[in-house]
Write a protein that binds this ligand. Structure first.
Ligand code: AMP
Length: 208
């Protein structure tokens, strides 16, 4: 199962990806997570990426395409993968198709999770993440409900940055909906529902 998860930041891609990897044991490839790990580790890549991320802008295509190409070669990605937060531009989508075709593989489905932007602004500004395990919770969680770790607000989850991320999404990423529709791979899901209900629709759309 090789899946691309599309949707604005805060649409619930990470939550749905977590459920799919738990049930199907495929690799979760989140470019946002990879970049945040590089920022935390203070690597040259992390230092370069941080300025774009803090502003809510996209990290240059060449950087993220390289990261994903490397990640797709790793052993756990051979059984299948969920790409979460990649591709975000048409250049990235075309590069992904090329990299997969070189590997004799292809995308099986692009799942687009649709949520109204004002709902997203509310969701993201109250979102909190666990520093230890990456669990996604909200402002009501004093500590991580999964592992007891410290919950924090991502630097890019303040309202001004969230609105910029949504503008960037509309301009650069939303055109990918048509890109995958044109390839007959698109499955559109209403994401403004409880995560379990969204997940049931995702599975139905994937036929699993
Ligand atoms: P996310 O966790 O997917 O919301 O990503 C957080 C931030 O990382 C984004 O706002 C971008 O700055 C950067 N980022 C993540 N994935 C990509 C990508 N595919 N292309 C460019 N920048 C990305």
């Amino acid at each position: 199962m090789n899946i691309v998860l599309l949707g604005a930041p805060g649409a619930g891609k990470g939550t749905q990806a977590d459920k799919l990897i738990e049930e199907f044991g495929i690799a979760h490839i989140s470019t946002g997570d990879i970049l945040r790990a590089a920022v935390k580790a203070g690597t040259p890549l992390g230092l370069e990426a941080k300025k774009y991320m803090d502003a809510g802008d996209l990290v240059p295509d060449s950087v993220v395409i390289g990261l994903v190409k490397d990640r797709l070669q790793e052993p756990d990605a051979q059984k299948g993968f969920i790409l979460d937060g990649f591709p975000r531009t048409t250049v990235q989508a075309v590069a992904l198709d090329g990299a997969l075709s070189d590997m004799g593989r292809e995308i099986d489905a692009a799942v687009a999770i649709d949520v109204d932007f004002e709902v997203i602004v509310k969701r993201l500004t109250s979102r909190r993440m666990c520093r230890s395990c990456g669990h996604i919770g909200n402002v009501a969680d004093a500590s991580c409900p999964k592992c007891g770790g410290e919950m924090y607000q991502r630097d890019d989850d303040n309202e001004a940055t969230v609105r910029n991320r949504l503008d960037v999404y509309e301009k650069s990423t939303a055109p990918l909906i048509d890109y995958y529709k044109g390839k007959n791979l698109l499955k559109e899901i209403d994401g403004d529902r409880a995560p379990e209900d969204v997940y049931a629709s995702v599975k139905e759309a994937l036929g699993v």
